[in-house]
Design a protein around this ligand. Sequence first.
Ligand code: PEP
Ligand code: MG
Length: 752
Amino acid sequence: MVHVDAVPRLLIRRLRQIMAEPGSAQEQLDRIVGQIASLMVAEVCSVYVRRQDGSLELFATQGLKREAVHNTHMKRGEGLVGLIAEQAKAINLSEAQSHPSFSYRPETGEEEFHSFLGVPVLRGGRVLGVLTVQNKTRRQYTEDEEDALQTTAMVLAEVLAGTVERIDPSLPDGAPGRSRVLQGEQLSDGLALGHIVLHEPRVIVTQLVSDDPEAERVRLDEAIVDLRTGLDRIFANRDIAAAGEHHEVLETYRMYADDQGWRRRLHEAIAAGLTAAGAVERVRNEMRARMLRNADPYWRERFRDLDDLSDRLLRTLAGVPATGAHQVLPPDAILVARTLGPAELLDYDRERLRGLVIEDSGATSHVAIVAKALGIAAVGQARGIVEAVEPGDPAIVDATAGEIHIRPGQEVIGAFSDKVRFRARRLQKYSSLRGAPAVTRDGVRVALNINAGLMVDLPHLEESGADGIGLFRTELEFMISSSILGRDRQTEIYRAILETAGERPVVFRTLDIGGDKMLPYLRHEREENPALGWRAIRMSLDRTGLFRTQIRALLRAAAGRELRVMLPMLTDVAEFDEARRLIDLEIGLLSRFSSPPPRGIEIGAMVEVPALLFQLDEIARRADFLSIGSNDLFQFTFAVDRANERVARRYDTLSPAMLSVIRAIVAAAERHETPLTLCGEMAGRPLEAMVLIALGLRSISMAPASIGPVKAMLLGLDAAVLRTYLDRALAQGRRDVRAVAAEFASAHGIEI
Ligand code: PEP
Ligand code: MG
């Protein structure tokens, strides 16, 4: 008898012969189970293949009755075989028939066999089927035998992947999987139909067995060193946010990479005759099986980390690039990633990216910013997505509903294609308005500007036909960067923006860091209420170095041009005065370094903290322009956390209270002839924009995609008539401003 350790190696050798021999796929499989039975000294060896509904079909056997082949089916989870598949775990019994899960099948004639050893057949972490051996005597199979059968099952997985569909084309691998819908959370609105691309390419190990354990051991150790060095480098560069990894996950990876138990199991697998890659796959399969069995979310997470680490190690061993960014993408790629950082997303060919689905939230708020700027539909927190898809699978990302349809049926595709076509038609219509001046029917010219914050936003200025950039959120480039942006890099960015904008005005808002906008490389104390915490102008005035560097970069970038700088989160006019003093200091320094100054400098104040409402005259007198940050102003006036879905929409931005606030700001701006704009989200919603114009706003700034719809509304609007209509309704005591505005729009045929 051969030693069990040699079984997989001998089997591989025999397999080559068997596959080369003439015969049908079924005959080949029959011979393979015969071989396994003889090598394992078993009276029975059977292979069950998993169907798409989770049931298992007896596909080949040595020792059971032949007529049972393709006739014996176990439902999902049924019998010992079903249990093995369900739990991805071996079962080893000296008396199978007394096990509570044993399910007697008379057609197989298995009553005479008592001992039973079954293992899952896993490939790429999926259960393809179950491999069993049985004997008449009541014996306990040894651990070595169990190990040998597990490794044999890995070898068999390779054979099954190529054979099964030749026997029954309706079966797994090859045949498309079932349709599924997964739920996540919207990161960037939109709808995308396309094909799956995995951010972390999967490696399928084909070379499992080796005759040279020493060489394999060396390869494995080298790969672990490479992996470890790579992780250290990410830490050293503090590239974590840019790479989209959470700190803890990477720490966990590092811990496992050093884990002696993990390494020992890998070395044991190599000693048993596997290649380095085969050993990783083998240990990974065990981990997956444990993960599937363990209901505790904490442990499932840890096993998943190990699973990821194995993937990384396999890619290192196979010399496959760490991410899918450099492969040729399908023209309608839907990128699926466990975690993804903003910089990594920017590595992909944006022309071919349609959608994005991320499994873990991690750095998603930052990646969401980039996804929005690129205009791709994105969904986050989509648990299970990575395991549920195969590269090339058709999929639909419906970010509005936060859903991902995997391998959708024809009707679903048809329904969504209609939606996409409808959107495309609307977009076409808006683009035809691009060149039309934004003037209402009664001749009011309204400046329509875009909000931006990334270099990738710049094409939107041209595409939308906007008048300028009403809000450039300078913190966004900081957020997607792996380290703090120095003065020169900032100068480059700001100069590029001004150059693209040409004569169109650009309003640079100084860093609004803090709150929900943390920089991964800046140490931040945890705050109980970050929105009310140390952020924006408060941080700038405390950390003047950061603020002054930014001002210096802006001044240099705007040499010979108009520079507009805007200060966020002002609460007290003294803050404006202090910021202006610092800006003046920097202007003074310009001549010392003989840098040409900007042609003109305007310093604006954001009105977004209610305390400023009680200093409107003072601020309007001081500032060169005012901008209503309606997102924060609404949040603080109504005491609703803008990021908390439960309350964010509880009150209406078109309520009488908010209207009074806006009217007061408009009046103060008029009193002091200070230009006024509004740059919160409400400016981008046609109905709200309509009311803002009636209240007297002549400049608003919004997401680029809103320019078209808002302009379409504006072209049909008579602002003076609406103003009278609103005043009358409010005087009559109506409080449902939104309904009043909607009635007006509908009565006057205004597109909203
Ligand atoms: C606002 O608060 O309305 C605003 C425009 O700024 P942000 O959304 O960046 O806070
Ligand atoms: Mg704000």
